[in-house]
Ligand binder design. Structure first.
Ligand SMILES: O=C(O)c1cc(=O)[nH]c(=O)n1[C@@H]1O[C@H](COP(=O)(O)O)[C@@H](O)[C@H]1O
Length: 275
């Protein structure tokens, strides 16, 4: 998918919501467990209930890898279902990969070619040769961790050099010099709203994937104050806050209700900003 296609979808739906498909068999409604592939059936129901109000889905691969071969099969069926039925929806493999160059190329092939995701999350720690192989794939996006939502994110990301520059700022600035850096997006946690202005000064045009709204307590309004750009430029993710809003048979209906609450809030913000 191209960036323009993503922006077009966001404007048409008046939504920049990303729903996280972090499926845990211990949390899904019990009646699904009797089915052959409960994880896929759960995802299918969530997708059917929300595809018109969300612009992206983000399965976190850990939740699938935890179930071995069967889990990988559920992931593969989920992305195939999305690509076949809703090809205009942006898909994110939240795999947080990154390794030496030739290994990164294999990861990129796995997620971009074999599974056909539009994007994959990567960690920047191993540097340019671990990220550039992902950027070599046309019309695919590499979403790099910048300032993460978790408490431990502060252990390294806010470390300062003698001039006061923080590590995450250096990561952002350095990555802009990499080949095909226009295909980068960055992860910034919704729990860090006070940093968005600074981040937008460094990367004014790139999309930011913002997890941490909902279960982790991040606030949509606060993120949007400085996070939005002229292309909207934000994908706001909520996983547990939407998909586990109800443990009952009507889970998909309630998930839609929760997603709609966020989408309506987004619509108001976009209208107010004239976007
Ligand atoms: O890369 C991510 O998506 C990510 C980065 C980050 O800083 N914080 C973060 O929570 N995530 C992911 O975003 C999702 C958040 O889920 P909820 O807290 O349930 O909405 C999980 O899949 C996390 O792994």
């Amino acid at each position: 998918m191209t960036k323009q296609e993503l922006i077009h979808q966001i404007k048409a739906k008046r939504s920049f919501l990303c729903i996280g498909l972090d499926v845990d068999l211990e949390k899904i409604p019990a009646h699904l467990l009797q089915l052959d592939d409960p994880v896929f059936e759960f995802n299918k129901a969530i997708i059917e209930a929300t595809h018109d109000i969300t612009v992206a889905y983000k399965p976190n691969t850990a939740f699938y890898e935890a179930y071995g071969l069967k889990g990988w099969e559920s992931l593969s069926k989920t992305i195939a279902y999305l690509n076949e039925n809703y090809p205009s929806i942006f898909t994110i493999a939240d795999a947080k990969r990154g390794d030496i160059g030739n290994t990164s190329t294999r990861y990129a092939k796995a997620f971009f070619e074999d599974l056909n995701f539009d994007s994959v999350t990567v960690a920047p720690y191993m540097g340019s040769d671990s990220v550039e192989p992902f950027l070599a794939f046309e019309n695919k996006f590499t979403i790099m961790l910048a300032l993460t939502s978790n408490k431990g994110g502060l252990d390294f990301q806010l470390m300062q050099d003698e001039k006061g520059a923080t590590l995450y700022e250096k990561v952002l600035k350095t990555s802009l010099g990499w080949k095909n850096s226009e295909q980068l997006m960055y992860v910034v946690g919704a729990t860090r709203p006070e940093y968005f202005q600074k981040i937008r000064n460094i990367v004014p045009d790139h999309f930011l994937l913002v997890p941490g709204v909902g279960a982790q307590g991040g606030d949509l309004q606060e993120v949007c104050t400085y996070g939005l750009n002229n292309d909207i430029g934000l994908l706001i993710n909520s996983s547990r806050g939407i998909i586990y809003a109800s443990p009952n048979e009507n889970f998909a209906e309630i998930a839609r209700k929760k997603a709609l609450e966020l989408q309506k809030e987004m619509q108001v913000i976009l209208d107010e900003k004239g976007l």
